[in-house]
Design a protein around this ligand. Structure first.
Ligand SMILES: [Zn+2]
Length: 144
């Protein structure tokens, strides 16, 4: 649930692990028209990307694709976790910090930790780390 004071902002970002998660906040998507970052292509076990459906939704509501958009498969994320490839996630966080800074994003909304799907949990960890770095650098940014 998005707090009422987070409904709209001059510049916001939605950061999600998989295509399709944007539907969970469709009303807000229409209001805020955020930059949308999607970590994976949603291919899961099928190997078939689900990004096209998200792209159609974003076009319909006039939201914008972020620079990170279906960059990984879930298999790649799982392999990075199992191989303790922390650098991949650190680089991704640093890239996100740079992008959010350039875009002057003031509100970030994204997936929650649920302890079930590793990509969802990684997404939240990256959001929290990026926001913490931005706050320490003096940026005005809110998140939920
Ligand atoms: Zn998902």
């Amino acid at each position: 649930m998005i707090p009422s004071d987070c409904l709209t902002t001059s510049c916001s970002a939605l950061i999600i692990a998989h295509p399709g998660h944007e539907i969970r906040v469709h009303g807000w998507l229409e209001l805020a028209r955020p930059f949308v970052f999607v970590l994976t292509d949603g291919s899961g076990h099928s190997g078939k990307s689900r990004l096209d459906s998200t792209t159609k939704v974003l076009k319909k509501v006039n939201a914008k694709q972020g620079n990170i958009y279906g960059r990984f498969s879930d298999k790649q994320v799982y392999a990075a976790i199992l191989n303790r490839d922390f650098d991949l996630f650190i680089r991704l966080t640093e890239e996100l910090v740079d992008i959010l800074t350039q875009l002057r994003v003031e509100l970030v909304i994204g997936d929650a930790v649920e302890g079930y799907n590793p990509s969802h949990d990684i997404c939240r960890l990256i959001i929290n780390a990026a926001v913490e770095i931005l706050l320490k650098r003096g940026h005005k940014i809110d998140f939920c």
